[in-house]
Design a protein around this ligand. Structure first.
Ligand code: SF4
Ligand code: SF4
Length: 391
């Protein structure tokens, strides 16, 4: 959602009906309005987010299979546009770039001057944002621009971003958004909310406006309203997805259990498998940690400072004047999981996990956060209770 459009709610109108072969009209309207359209596309054997110029760039007729440590794409045998779960990338790579120049200085004739980057930030339209990922963007907003410490690069990119969200009808084997209260139905504000209905001999889209900007796009699209029956069919697809989660996680008491379990033997157990590769944090849509590097040209006439994504799984990340404070894999895994499900609440009033399942899919050894968190939760009695937590 454009953050500027947040205060402007559209009139409540029924969703528009759209034939899938006309979805390209939405993309072209956004492009004519000056947006750089980013959406799912198939590349390198995966569905990733990248620039799309037309609906032909979408993974039409493809879906994914995800399980711990495993990801595959396969054809579905139809022409569905959005029938897959979380893409390999998270949207954060566009709002919080993985490798960013912060400043550059040039020495000319003995004088050093800062070279300004005068290029305006791109105006992104994100097409196909899942409910879980919409919530992840909201949580990044809290960290990067809604608090006292504003990341100006993030805010400049986020401020004008147009969000086309999609109700998820095809969860994967690693999804657990229902447990985290973040999906599969879009509940956060987006400029447009799309539902794709495929099945029973029907294939159509419904599009609802969430902001005044979204309503403008719908008005330009000029489509008829979806009928009650079409809305019911689309709604049933989302309901079915909610019953079809690949995983679940009981979260009551989890925050307290993690906070009270720094010495739980499960940390040692998982550390025997964890490679501390950081793949989970890089693929996670809410992980935001970074480091800073200075790079000087060999000629000595230029230098630049860059910000790079970092991970709490690296030894260097916890380096504090003289040494790292989290030397063991055990302490680094504990830091990550405890932050996601416990101390994030202390900082931001919500958890840091939206249940997208990426960290499970993209962990090379298939470590499953829902399993690790459940073991800790079940072993620790809550204050006032008489025994371990159970389901
Ligand atoms: S911790 Fe895992 S499941 Fe939760 S938001 Fe991050 S990648 Fe998704
Ligand atoms: S949990 Fe998996 S993805 Fe994350 S650091 Fe360990 S091995 Fe890598």
């Amino acid at each position: 959602m454009t953050t500027q459009g947040a205060a402007q709610q559209p009139d409540a109108r029924p969703p528009a009906f759209l034939e899938p072969e006309h979805f390209d009209d939405v993309i072209q309207i956004l492009r004519r309005r000056g947006y750089r359209t980013i959406g799912p596309t198939r590349r390198d054997g995966a569905i990733v987010y990248d620039e799309i110029e037309s609906a032909q760039d979408l993974p039409v007729g493809w879906t994914d299979e995800q399980s711990p440590g495993r990801y595959r794409v396969r054809p579905r045998g139809d022409h569905a546009l959005f029938a897959y779960a979380s893409a390999a990338h998270a949207w954060k790579r566009f709002l919080h770039p993985p490798n960013l120049q912060l400043w550059r200085a040039q020495r000319t004739n003995g004088h050093v001057e800062l070279v300004a980057d005068s290029a305006p930030p791109p105006r992104y339209a994100f097409v196909g944002v899942r409910a879980c990922d919409l919530e992840a963007i909201r949580r990044l907003d809290q960290v990067m621009m809604d608090g006292p410490y504003v990341d100006h690069v993030y805010r400049a990119l986020r401020r004008d971003a147009f969000l086309v969200a999609v109700n998820c009808c095809d969860p994967s084997g690693t999804c657990f958004c229902v447990s985290m209260g973040t999906g599969p139905r879009v509940t956060g504000l987006a400029d447009l909310v799309l539902t794709e209905m495929v099945g029973a001999g029907r294939h159509f889209l419904t599009l609802a406006a969430g902001t005044a900007s979204g309503q403008e796009v719908l008005d330009e699209l000029g489509r008829r309203a979806a009928t009650d029956e079409e809305c019911r069919l689309a709604d049933a697809s989302v309901e079915a997805a909610a019953q079809n989660m690949g995983r679940s996680l009981a979260v009551d008491g989890l925050r307290e259990a993690l906070a009270n379990s720094p010495e739980h033997p499960r940390w040692e157990h998982v550390s025997k498998r964890c490679l501390t590769c950081g793949s989970c944090t890089l693929s996670c849509p809410t992980c935001f940690c970074s480091t800073v590097e200075d790079v000087t040209a060999l000629r000595g006439d230029a230098t630049e400072r860059r910000r790079l994504w970092d991970t709490c799984f690296s030894v260097e990340f916890s380096y504090l004047h003289g040494g790292s404070v989290r030397l063991s894999p055990r302490s680094r895994y504990r830091q990550w999981l405890t932050h996601k499900f416990s101390t994030w609440h202390d900082q931001f009033g919500v958890g840091g996990c939206v249940g997208c399942g990426r960290c499970i899919t993209w962990c090379p050894v298939g470590i499953d956060v829902t399993e690790e968190a459940s073991v800790i939760r079940q072993a620790v009695p809550l204050p006032g209770s008489t025994g371990p937590m159970t389901e």
